[in-house]
Design a protein. Structure first.
Lengths: 609, 163
């Protein structure tokens, strides 16, 4: 595989890495070494070990990367940083029309949402382009709607929800989200609910019903019974909001003088056995409808029964107050120690009222405060943990540096450098010497030396023979040839020897450079120690600061306790006042009916007379 | 190094105008940078390229097979063992590669053996064995342990390849 191919493959794999869980490299067979490092980083990313993935990524050499590859590398790094909980500006991610990168950013948005970092998630979401493939667009709309839910922007939520494929997984997920219901429920905005009707999905039924209910009561408060009746009629009769819807519709119909229909609806509420305030409100409406239909006797009877019940409740009020006191203590305990089983939640009737207290606006405010307080404590804890981990990391690094910088280690390194330098000098001198007298026998092996010796001896004998007057030209030529062969072999070996030695010198030089670099790095770390000491001091200061901040928490808690006390006493009083109001209205209705009955009897008597 | 030193110094001077969260952030980033430098230094000192040997695991078995454990022997000595969680299996199935072992080996011929245990769709334990010999030159050696197999076509197996 040539280098260009390796780079292209690397880039492809980097993009594949960015594609996160749903896209994985298909072919692992032809990976080069640098690709492996990306795949190791990918392994840790998929295994949710972001720190390890970052460490692997840091070890990848980016030398000779193209600009595009560097961008992809940086994007992967930033996504890993975001995933590992870094507070990072999403502007750092430069997104292109690339499905894999878009999907990776979407996964990062989901992770931010999961971690509750909504601002970060929203900013990251804004990085996404408007135009993309349909499958991705569905995910984008889901994320947009999800973020809108948190930011409580009905308009954006509805727009995004309407754009979703109604059978998609994203749509189902959106509806499952518990935040959907409260948003629509609390809004009751006319336009919002109107828009809701255009979303045709069975799963949306409950949400639509909540919206219509809130809308109906708003119309009633605005004195528009016709519109209110229309809103209530939209609600399915089998829905969970049946009682409240029936009551609302009954009240609206009473106002529209459609008493027969109103009577049926009020009766349904009464028959459901609702123990709360709905029962009393329905009784008043039912009695009024009966009265208007001429059945005063039954109306009177109903009111009397309800009055008795109200009187019983008033008798039971001290018990309720005692119960509330207990619950108050339980709530205060909950602030300090979040364990629900501290509370006695038995006793349906008392708890119905307790739950209505819990859902009151003031208590919601207190809950928010408690929630903020817990979050604050958690943040303190997180900060403390960060500080401790950092302190640990710092000490660990200082230990490592000290270990690296201890005298023995440095001396070893210095002596190794000296030894290598001396070795190099010897080798260089040897080679230089050998080159200078390459006609000598320095480079000859023992085998060739032995051969040379034999040639010399034979030559001596030849000189002796020559002196004796005998000439042997053929032998002389053979000797000369043999001499040349030996020289040729010797010279070849010498060349090889010089080449090997030069290579050895290169290696020594390389080793020397590496050692010197390491030595330099160690010296650099030594310089870092004072900075780290300053950092350590800063960490200690932060720690003290957190402790000081924590001192204010008991004060805030005290305020909350006081607010809870006030709220509980107000609630007890309110219970009594609601029951008193009902008694007053019921008594008035009874007096009105008695008067009417008396007047009719009087008129009848006068008629007979 | 000089640049890092200067960055650290300037970061320390900027502390006075930052909030605690920002200060912690800056400190964290510096720690990450320092950690990166140390990791690189450690890598260069402990595993010089002349003796370095790395062994990676890649899984190409069907997703119905889950990898339970793996054991690596070099020259009949166990050098690495790993037990796999569900998350790690998922990460391998998605194309991640695990660095099972990194160490040093002398120049020369070495024998690599691998024993893997996997669980198939019917909860049966399948033992996979593979071995190979490689010559370690003065260059770093990287080996990939490939767990192979295709659903209903090829039985699971393990192979070693040089990267």
């Amino acid at each position: 595989m040539n280098f260009t191919k390796v780079l292209v493959l690397t880039f492809c794999l980097m993009k594949t890495a960015l594609a996160a869980q749903t896209i994985a490299p298909k072919d692992m067979a032809q990976l080069s070494h640098s690709d492996v490092n990306y795949n190791v980083a990918l392994f840790h990313y998929f295994n949710n070990d972001y720190q390890q993935a970052l460490k692997e990524l840091a070890l990848i050499n980016q030398f000779e990367f193209t600009k595009q590859q560097q961008t992809a590398h940086q994007n992967f790094k930033h996504i890993l940083l975001l995933s590992s909980g870094e507070v990072l500006s999403p502007d750092l991610i430069s997104i292109e029309q690339d499905d894999a990168v878009i999907q990776a950013v979407m996964i990062a948005v989901k992770q931010q949402i999961k971690l509750g970092r909504w601002t970060q998630a929203a900013r990251l979401f804004n990085v996404l382009p408007e135009v993309m493939e349909q499958r991705l667009l569905n995910q984008r709309n889901y994320l947009k709607a999800y973020l809108a839910l948190h930011q409580k922007t009905d308009k954006t939520f509805l727009e995004s929800a309407q754009k979703l494929d109604k059978h998609s997984q994203e749509f189902a997920l959106l509806l499952q989200h518990e935040a959907v219901s409260p948003l629509i429920h609390t809004s009751g905005d006319y336009d919002t609910v109107k828009q809701l009707r255009t979303i045709d999905n069975a799963a949306l039924e409950d949400i639509k019903n909540s919206g219509f209910l809130a809308q109906g009561y708003r119309y009633l408060a605005d004195g528009e019974p016709e519109n209110a009746a229309r809103a209530f009629e939209h609600i399915s009769l089998n829905s969970l909001n049946n009682n409240e819807a029936s009551l609302g519709l009954g009240i609206a119909l009473n106002q529209l003088q459609s008493f027969a229909r109103a009577k049926v609806l009020f009766k349904r509420v009464l028959d459901s056995g609702d123990p709360g305030v709905l029962f009393f409100e329905a009784t008043l409406g039912y009695a009024f409808a009966l009265e208007q239909l001429g059945n005063e006797e039954e109306a009177y009877q109903q009111l009397t029964t309800a009055l008795n019940l109200a009187a019983e409740r008033i008798i039971k009020l001290p018990r309720l107050q005692a119960h509330l006191l207990k619950q108050k203590q339980c709530i205060i305990n909950l602030i300090d120690n979040a364990r629900l089983n501290n509370c006695d939640l038995k006793g349906e009737e008392l708890n119905e009222q307790f739950i209505s207290l819990l859902s009151s606006q003031s208590f919601l405010e207190i809950s928010k405060q408690i929630h903020s307080l817990s979050q604050l404590s958690m943040q303190y804890e997180q900060q403390r943990q960060s500080v401790s981990s950092f302190e640990f990391l710092l000490s660990h690094q200082m230990t490592m540096i000290s270990k690296l910088l201890n005298d023995t280690k440095i001396k070893q390194l210095e002596s190794e450098i000296e030894k290598l330098a001396a070795q190099r000098t010897v080798v260089v001198e040897d080679v230089d010497g050998a080159e200078a007298k390459h006609d000598g026998h320095f480079f000859l092996s023992s085998q060739y030396l032995a051969l040379q010796k034999r040639i010399d001896e034979v030559f001596k004998r030849m000189v002796f023979l020559k002196r004796a007057g005998q000439k042997n030209m053929a032998s002389e030529r053979r000797i000369t040839l043999m001499q040349r062969i030996v020289w040729w072999h010797s010279f070849s070996e010498f060349t090889q020897h010089v080449t090997d030695t030069r290579q050895y010198i290169d290696e020594l030089n390389h080793q020397l450079t590496t050692n010197k670099n390491d030595y330099q790095t160690l010296q650099d770390y030594l310089k870092k120690v004072p900075v780290m000491t300053t950092q350590l001091a800063e960490v200690e200061r932060i720690h003290k600061h957190i402790l000081e901040q924590e001192k204010h928490v008991p004060g805030i808690k005290k305020n909350i306790y006081a607010q809870i006390n006030t709220l509980f006493s107000q609630f007890s009083q309110q219970q009594k006042s609601e029951l008193d109001t009902f008694i007053l209205h019921a008594e008035l209705a009874r007096v009105r009916m008695a008067d009417a009955s008396f007047n009719r009897a009087q008129a009848l008597e006068e008629g007979i007379e | 190094m000089g640049v890092i030193f200067l960055t650290l110094c300037s970061s320390v001077n900027a502390y006075s105008t930052q909030s605690i969260a920002e200060k912690i952030q800056v400190l964290k980033q510096q720690a990450v940078l320092l950690h990166k430098d140390l990791a690189q230094l450690e890598q260069d000192l402990i595993y010089p390229s002349a003796t370095q040997i790395s062994v990676y695991v890649a899984n190409k078995m069907p997703e119905t097979m889950s990898l339970g454990s793996l054991e690596l022997h070099i020259d009949d000595v166990v050098v690495a063992r790993s037990v796999y969680s569900l998350d790690q299996n998922k990460a391998l199935n998605l194309g991640g590669m695990q660095r099972l072992y990194i160490g040093n080996l002398s120049v020369g011929e070495h024998r690599f053996q691998i024993v893997a245990k996997a669980v198939d769709a019917n909860d049966n334990v399948v033992i996979l064995k593979g071995q190979s010999a490689y010559y370690k030159s003065r260059e770093a050696l990287s080996i990939s342990l490939n767990l192979l197999g295709a659903q209903g076509v090829n039985p699971p197996a393990v192979s070693l390849t040089r990267l």
